[in-house]
Design a binder for this molecule. Structure first.
Ligand code: ADP
Ligand code: MG
Ligand code: ZN
Length: 598
């Protein structure tokens, strides 16, 4: 078809009348566009097939894991069951195990490799601490954050369990105690916490481990935040790669991986990285039935937005305790000042504040002197307040995982609590410049955008789908904004608007101007610099928030794309056509979007 096409041009060219060069270029352009469309269709198909192939392979592994999970691990007739129960009450002073803790420990103590997927706060650490306490040898716990390890050590020392930590900053005596304890049959050393970097870099430690292994003093490995092994995760750490050798270096020593990150793709990847393919995978439910999920449109005007938050604190959450998450340190400080000016009692918390000051803010919040903490996501580790009644996101989170974890700090006591996201499209572009260099940073951010943009689905179902849980509508019990007030919805074809966006982009490009997302929407709504406006693009009759939602939808689905540029002080994002532009330009192509009908 293409060869024929060009021949035709030549024939005409040699005929009676002359085809201008412009005509020919236009014809070529037309054909090139068609080729691009075909290419895009093939690329899309290729991607679908590759994904499918990978999924089939992964399913085989998952099936193996599933078969292992069928065995009844949830019993008390293992040889260690009595000891386990005794140590639980005597050492840990805990009355009852939570769901999945017993099966995990039984499998782990049976020398199975296990991955436990459980939301934060579910009680994952006990699953290796308790087996360690009833065993003679040593359990090695790999954990990425020194602060987390210090927390745990502190807790264990109070329970009189001998646990030590190795990190680049560990004092010499501690290092010595670990190195001797590992290879001393008389030592009561039970747990050694170690950073992945230390594990990867210290030959001395590894040779002691080898020795301990030969002496049969090496009982088990536990790897906390195990999703850090996977590049698909939201928190990939290169030093975790080294852990791949554990299984071959210490054959028969079981590995327990712990994480609150659930997608099957990541779990399978982790299994591969650790060379424990097809190991037992246990998953706890991510549903938090007592949390009410809500998304509100964030006013563009700063004062209106402040008023909205202030009203929430003064009325709906009057006398209740909560957290307000902001993106930057500056924002957390500004919002604290502004809310205080409204007579509200709030404290500020971020990583740049002195440790003493942070502790003070935290205690004032715990005691109720502060109604809320206005914080960056640095506020999270070790929060132990059961009656957090609200979590407000002043700006959407970077990923669904982050959102789940941050909002999940509400309602630990099981009583009804509210999680509100204040959403506006422009915040997405503030975050995108912060995350785009991560392999899946943008993909994760756009998933969060999808959660905010969705105008009709149950919020809970969106969270469940993200964590790959099966879900029925009845499970929500009207505990989200959409289920509480269902709205009529309609499906709209937004392809024509997509083509308008391309016209605006083309116009900007023709005059060598870069187009920010804000300028794109401004131009569409006949605002902003006149030289960016396009006469043939009609001004929409629907409100700007609908226009923004359409643009958001086009980004999520690959019709528009962010284009990042570095300036001296910051990263800037502009808009360009997305990889699916070829498709969108074909007149019969449709881009469906669900909207609420008014
Ligand atoms: P995760 O690592 O899953 O986020 P942790 O292991 O830090 O959670 O546990 C969270 C809290 O729950 C800790 O204070 C822990 O002592 C407590 N906990 C764990 N298991 C139980 C249980 N069976 N009963 C009561 N409290 C528990
Ligand atoms: Mg933990
Ligand atoms: Zn719902």
């Amino acid at each position: 078809m293409y060869a024929g096409g060009s021949k035709e041009v030549i024939d005409v060219d040699s005929g009676d009348y002359q085809v201008t060069k412009e005509d020919e270029i236009a014809a070529i352009d037309y054909e090139l566009r068609q080729i691009e469309t075909e290419q895009q269709k093939l690329e899309d198909r290729k991607k679908v097939l590759l994904d499918r192939k990978q999924k089939l392979k992964d399913d085989a592994l998952l099936q193996k894991s599933l078969n292992l999970a069928k065995k009844n691990w949830d019993t008390e007739d293992f040889s260690w069951s009595k000891n386990l129960k005794k140590a639980l009450t005597d050492v840990f002073k805990i009355k009852e195990l939570r769901p999945l803790q017993l099966p995990t420990m039984n499998a782990y103590l049976s020398n199975q490799d296990v991955i436990l997927v459980m939301p934060t706060g579910g009680g994952k650490s006990l699953c290796y601490q308790l087996p360690a306490v009833i065993s003679k040898g040593v359990t090695i716990v790999v954990s990425p954050l020194v602060a987390l390890m210090e927390d745990q050590l502190h807790g264990l020392h109070k329970l009189k369990v001998n646990a030590k930590m190795l990190s680049a900053k560990a004092p010499k005596e501690d290092v010595k105690a670990v190195m001797t304890g590992l290879v001393d049959n008389k030592s009561d050393l039970k747990l050694v916490y170690v950073t992945p970097e230390y594990m990867a870099k210290s030959n001395r430690f590894r040779s002691k481990l080898q020795k301990a292994f030969e002496m049969k003093r090496l009982d088990r490995f536990a790897i906390d935040e195990v999703h850090c092994c996977s590049q698909w995760g939201h928190d990939f750490r290169p030093d975790y790669k080294f852990l791949g050798i554990l299984n071959s270096m210490f054959p028969g020593i079981p590995i327990l991986g712990l994480t609150a990150t659930a997608p099957a793709k990541i779990i399978v990847d982790v299994q591969k990285m650790l060379e424990i393919q097809g190991c037992l995978v246990l998953r706890a439910s991510f549903n938090r039935p007592n949390l009410f999920y809500e998304v509100r449109r964030k006013p563009n005007d700063k004062d209106t937005c402040l008023q909205m938050i202030s009203n929430l604190l003064k009325h709906r959450f009057n006398g209740k305790s909560g957290i307000i998450y902001t993106t930057t340190i500056k924002e957390s400080e500004q919002l604290t000042t502004d809310l205080r000016a409204q007579g509200l009692k709030v404290g500020c918390y971020h990583a740049m504040l002195e440790a003493d000051y942070r502790t003070k803010v935290y205690s004032k919040w715990i005691s109720g002197d502060y109604q809320a903490v206005v914080a960056t996501i640095a506020f999270g580790l070790g929060i132990d307040k059961p009656d957090v009644r609200f979590v407000i996101h002043h700006c959407l989170s970077k990923s669904m995982e982050n959102f789940y974890q941050e909002s999940g700090r509400a309602g630990r006591d099981g009583k009804t609590s509210v999680c509100i996201v204040l959403y506006r499209l422009m915040d997405v572009f503030k975050l995108s410049t912060m995350v785009f260099q991560d392999k899946v940073g943008l993909q994760n951010l756009y998933k969060m955008l999808g959660y905010c943009l969705d105008q009709s689905s149950c919020r809970r179902s969106l969270i469940a789908t993200h964590f790959e849980e099966t879900w029925t509508k009845a499970d929500c019990k009207e505990m989200c904004d959409h289920c509480k007030k269902p709205k009529e919805k309609k499906t709209l074809d937004v392809a024509p608007y997509c083509r308008y966006m391309y016209q605006i982009i083309a116009k900007a490009a023709s005059s060598d101007q870069r187009l920010t997302p804000l300028k794109l929407i401004d131009s569409w709504y006949n605002k902003g610099p006149t030289n960016l406006r396009v006469d043939s693009v009609p001004t929409p009759k629907f409100p700007r928030e609908v226009g923004e939602a359409i643009v958001g939808h086009l980004f999520i689905n690959g019709y528009l794309q962010e284009d990042f540029h570095f300036s001296t002080y910051s990263t800037l994002t502009y808009v360009k056509r997305g990889p699916k532009a070829g498709l969108a330009l074909a007149n019969d192509h449709k881009i469906f979007m669900e909207m609420i009908s008014d």
